[in-house]
Design a protein around this ligand. Structure first.
Ligand code: ZN
Ligand code: ZN
Length: 337
């Protein structure tokens, strides 16, 4: 699979430039768009993880490739959760407006739903469908905020001139139960896990079988707050054996002297040290840090990268395991698994 980094920032876009009160921090090296990652599988299927502002330029790129002009090309968009930094690019995603494209948007079902006209609790839905590899086409959230409803609200008339219904290239919104396998086609399958974050975030694990029988695994695991032990067993299991984990490193580890603000891992986010501990325990090959803090500059992240590489070796020594390779997510870069 081919992985393109389209947005790396958490919380709010962070363009380079001067503000009214200071020379603005440089962000052009790592990037200032909110979160978005593109994955193209070996079989040509196309997948997008999150729809922060990075999805706008990704849409321009996809259109330039000539595939999204209404000829029925399929594209799946997986939303980790509906905080703004993960959905605010949708109204500016060009391919979504082209009738004839076949875009499906996936997100976590939050409430009791209706499936084929039968009202099911989430627990009953899991029981009834746990043997199915698929998602729930047509699962409607009847209470609270289904995915489609949340996205409609983002594009209500007073918020944005074009309603969600103008996105005629989107064919379906699928609310799924966290923990399910939501995609299995050709050589690619996608599993999900609910992460600890205000209102939950979903981690997606893409597993691709290669022709020689081997497999490659990539996990997108952002907006996660570790528990009081400093990590989370469920997440470690989900990451186990992955070739690449793209993980939330918005804040500094507890007690770090490297930030003047008092960020503690309490706003639903993780840090590079916790991610490295978990990745080392899970036997991950490469940990790619992302969801960068808007206040922080390229220079800060250059320093953090060095500290993370040193920590990777220290942690490996402490745990008696292989050291994880650390990378920083940078907009505009491609990776191959
Ligand atoms: Zn976020
Ligand atoms: Zn969030």
């Amino acid at each position: 699979m081919k992985i393109g980094i389209a947005g790396v920032r958490g919380s709010i876009p962070t363009p380079t430039g001067n503000t009214l009160f200071e020379r603005r921090v440089e962000t052009s090296k790592y990037g200032g768009n909110t979160t978005c990652v593109y994955v193209e599988a070996d079989d040509g299927s196309q997948h997008i993880l999150d729809a922060g502002t990075g999805i706008r330029d990704l849409g321009v790129y996809l259109a330039s490739q000539g595939g999204f002009n209404g000829q029925g090309r399929e594209l799946n968009l997986y939303i980790t959760h509906t905080h703004w930094d993960h959905i605010q690019g949708i109204p500016f995603f060009g391919p979504a407006y082209v009738p004839g494209n076949k875009i499906t948007v996936f997100g976590e079902a939050k409430v009791r739903g209706v499936h084929d006209g039968v009202k099911l609790s989430l627990e009953a839905a899991i029981r009834e469908h746990s043997d199915q590899p698929g998602y729930f086409p047509g699962l409607l959230c009847v209470e609270g905020e289904g995915l489609q409803k949340v996205l409609q609200n983002q594009q209500s008339f007073r918020n944005f001139p074009a309603p969600l219904e103008a996105l005629r290239g989107v064919q379906q919104y699928n609310d799924f139960i966290a923990g399910m396998k939501i995609y299995e086609k050709g050589n690619l399958s996608i599993d999900t896990l609910a992460l600890n974050h205000p209102g939950n975030s979903i981690a997606y694990r893409l597993t691709e079988k290669k022709n020689d029988g081997s497999k490659k695994m990539m996990v997108f695991s952002t907006d996660f707050e570790p528990d009081e032990n400093g990590f989370d067993e469920k997440v470690i299991e989900f990451w186990r054996g992955a070739n690449l984990v793209v993980a939330d490193a918005q804040y500094e580890p507890r007690g770090s002297p490297y930030t003047e603000n008092k960020f503690m891992p309490t706003w639903g986010h993780s840090d590079y040290y916790t991610d490295l501990m978990m990745a080392t325990m899970a036997g991950v090959d490469t940990l790619m840090l992302t969801h960068y803090e808007p206040k922080m500059s390229d220079m800060y992240y250059d320093g953090l990268f060095e500290r993370a590489k040193t920590a990777a070796v220290e942690i490996a020594g402490k745990l008696g395991k292989r050291a994880v390779n650390v990378e920083m997510a940078r907009e505009g870069e491609w990776h191959r698994l």
